[in-house]
Design a protein around this ligand. Structure first.
Ligand SMILES: NC(=O)c1ccc[n+]([C@@H]2O[C@H](COP(=O)([O-])OP(=O)(O)OC[C@H]3O[C@@H](n4cnc5c(N)ncnc54)[C@H](O)[C@@H]3O)[C@@H](O)[C@H]2O)c1
Ligand SMILES: O=C(O)CC[C@@H](O)C(=O)O
Length: 387
């Protein structure tokens, strides 16, 4: 029986994946696995029982990835599962920044008692006129799951699209429409585009990337969209640029006291992934990944350990070793197993940066003493046994 705890509400279709072998618990410290959306986990202490964290979503800056790795806790996310929901809201954001839909609706609400509203609207509407997206230049920074969808959709609106991503994956490159121009430098994208949208993860290397200097390179009247994370933008510099009119609109999915209420800021309460479909997709993917890890030891879409798959466990005893990515780990494991006459039926070892993962199928039971010996090997962070 596995115990799981949800730190945020998780869609029921996802939880339905966790069948009779699983039970929800009220305390994170009792859980084998945690499901989370945006709850911040940096200050949390993790119990020795916690084996995995599944982020039902893309961004993992709310989770202490390295500390989890050091404690042998595998962290998963759900790449692409909410990308369409975000794409649609980015398109809405571009439209809200181009036509004064918000101002127009506000006028109608203020005049709802006016019996002559139809006639008066015809006079009032010039105050809310805007411009079209067709023919405008859009710069997309980050061509991953969301950036590719936004870039491709914008071409169908008749926009001239420029993409910048020095680390673009082969998969994303295949999915990108041929009509998208390749911006070789981000500065080129800043200086040429009418609309700029950011779709990169929040990392030390991307924090504050839209700063005073970046904004100074942009056209007067530029529209900047941020549906990625607030820390990618220097908000003080953004407020100055909105106040001066250099930036016409800053459309952001992240309300903060600094930008909320500033003229030209269009602030949305983190709704990018808040669609029925995105919530269901993320929850199902997160739960399936957790289940496969807990029951079979397979890792798919982890952000702190390598992907590794040996299929369904079957009749064998499966040993799972999470360890640092240093020489001679497999040699030490196989020596311990050979000493106790254990026969290895299958073995896989994968690494990702500082961390590695070894899965070993043994075609006999594994005595507790052998597991203790494996745990005592230096650089081993956790040993699990599935029998
Ligand atoms: N508003 C929301 O509700 C919502 C929903 C999903 C994701 N997000 C945010 O959006 C981010 C992107 O999501 P995704 O699903 O597209 O992720 P992704 O991992 O599929 O794509 C990120 C892309 O950014 C690129 N990149 C990294 N550093 C870069 C840099 N310095 N310059 C240019 N490109 C760079 C990567 O190569 C990758 O292609 C997430 O990390 C998350 O923070 C927000
Ligand atoms: O869970 C959410 O509502 C937001 C998720 C989003 O920010 C993400 O990074 O996937």
């Amino acid at each position: 029986m596995y115990k799981y705890h949800c730190l945020n509400p998780i869609s029921q279709v996802g939880l339905d994946q966790l069948t009779e072998e699983y039970t929800p618990v009220n305390e994170a410290k009792e859980a084998d696995a945690i499901l989370v959306r945006s709850a911040v986990m940096h200050e949390m202490e993790f119990s020795k029982d916690l084996k995995a964290v599944a982020r039902a979503g893309a961004g993992v800056n709310n989770i202490p990835l390295e500390r989890c790795a050091e404690e042998g806790i595998v962290v998963f996310n759900t790449p692409g599962a909410n990308a369409n929901g975000v794409k649609e809201l980015v398109l809405a954001g571009m439209l809200l920044a181009s036509r004064d839909i918000i101002g127009g609706i506000g006028w109608v609400q203020e005049n709802e008692e006016d019996g002559n509203i139809a006639k008066d609207a015809e006079k009032a509407k010039k105050a809310f006129a805007g411009c079209e997206l067709e023919g405008k230049k859009l710069g997309v920074i980050g061509l991953g799951a969301i950036g590719v969808l936004v870039a491709n959709a914008a071409t169908h609106l008749g926009m001239d699209v420029y993409g910048y991503d020095p680390y673009v994956s082969v998969d994303s490159a295949w999915r990108l429409s041929r009509s998208i121009h390749h911006a070789k430098t981000v500065d080129e994208l800043y200086s040429d585009c009418d609309y700029i949208t950011i779709h990169v993860p929040a990392l030390d290397s991307t924090k504050g990337m839209i700063d005073k200097h970046a904004i100074s390179l942009m056209k007067d009247g530029v529209v900047i969209l941020n549906f990625a994370r607030n820390i990618l933008v220097d908000e003080e510099a953004m407020v100055d640029a909105l106040v001066s009119g250099h930036v016409k609109h800053y459309v952001t999915d992240f309300p903060t006291p600094t930008v909320t209420g500033v003229k030209g800021a269009i602030v949305i309460p983190h709704l990018g992934a808040s669609t029925e479909e995105a919530e269901d997709n993320c929850a199902v993917m997160a739960a399936k990944q957790l289940k496969d890890y807990l029951e079979n030891g397979n890792i798919k879409n982890s952000v702190n350990y390598p992907d590794c798959d040996m299929g369904i466990r079957g009749e064998n005893t499966r040993l799972l070793l999470l360890h640092h990515n240093v020489p001679n780990m497999i040699g030490q494991f196989t020596t311990i197993l050979a000493k106790d006459n254990m026969n290895i039926a299958d073995l896989t070892n994968k690494s990702k940066g500082k961390y590695a993962y070894t899965m070993i199928d043994i075609d006999s039971p594994v005595p507790a003493g052998v597991v203790e010996e494996l745990k005592a090997v230096g650089e081993v962070l956790r040993v699990r046994i599935l029998a």
